[in-house]
Structures are given as structure tokens and as C-alpha cells.
Unconditional design. Structure first.
Length: 145
């Protein structure tokens, strides 16, 4: 029972996280910088190497690679298992995950029931990477004080 409830909450939060990412409401350094040109640095706070765009955060940042890798393999296996086209670039991966595996598919029919598991995997991916980023940023802030 607890397991079931817990899973549901987790997925619920994940859905919200992903919705914010889709709506560009997810706060990344590059989003801050867009609105506060003179005060905010768009550089990724984790790796300090590139602007922290949604693609960088979800697919490219080396600091999150360990968290990301097993989840990406799971999503890839699901795409392949369904005979769906697999993304080739970080940007395509990002869009595919944000769209629940849907973006690169052209058929668009009967996706809902067939892709539920894939959709879930994509939502969990966004949420897991988001939690990892938050945790790391929190501990970096803690270290400053
Ligand atoms: Zn980074």
C-alpha cells in the first residue's frame, strides 16, 4: 500500500517537474541570465563549463552523467523495444524525453496506452536528474557557509 502511494506521489511530482521544463519555467542558470542579463551568469553551476541550458542539464552535463546513464539506457531499450526511432543528438534526446518519447514519432496514433511505460520512464528521468541537480547545488551552498 505504502509502495503504491509512494510511487504515485513520486510520479505526480515528476510530472510537475517535467511540465515546468516543457513550459520553460524550470529555473536553470541560462533562464536566470535571460531575465537578469547583468547579474546572472548562465554557466552551469555544476560543471562550470557551459551555459546551463535544458539540453545541457538533461543530457550533457558531465556531473550528472552517472545519474543519467542508467535511466537513458532504460528509455533507449523501451524505444527500441517498440521499434521507435531513437534520438541521435543530445538535443533530440532532450526533446524526446520532454515529450515522453513522442516527438520523433510521426504516427501519433494509439500512443497513449502503448507508451505509458515509456512516458513514465521519461517523467522519472526528468525528476531524478532534477533531484540530483538540486541536491548537488544545495550541498555546494552549504559548503560556502
Ligand atoms: Zn554542467
Amino acid at each position: 500500500m505504502w509502495e503504491a502511494c509512494h510511487g504515485k506521489t513520486y510520479l505526480g511530482e515528476g510530472t510537475t517537474t517535467r511540465m515546468r521544463m516543457l513550459a520553460e519555467r524550470y529555473q536553470l542558470q541560462s533562464t536566470h541570465a535571460r531575465y537578469n542579463q547583468y547579474t546572472a551568469d548562465p554557466t552551469c553551476p555544476l560543471c562550470l563549463k557551459e551555459p546551463e541550458t535544458i539540453t545541457h542539464f538533461l543530457m550533457e552535463c558531465a556531473v550528472l552523467e552517472q545519474t543519467r546513464r542508467p535511466k537513458v539506457s532504460g528509455i533507449l531499450a523501451q524505444l527500441e523495444g517498440r521499434g521507435l526511432k531513437t534520438p541521435t543528438t543530445a538535443h533530440e534526446w532532450c526533446l524526446t524525453i520532454l515529450n515522453g518519447g513522442r516527438l520523433l514519432q510521426t504516427t501519433g496514433v494509439q500512443l497513449e496506452s502503448r507508451l505509458t511505460k515509456l512516458e513514465t520512464a521519461c517523467i522519472r528521468f526528468c525528476h531524478t536528474v532534477h533531484i540530483e541537480r538540486d541536491t548537488r547545488i544545495d550541498s555546494m551552498l552549504m559548503d560556502k557557509f
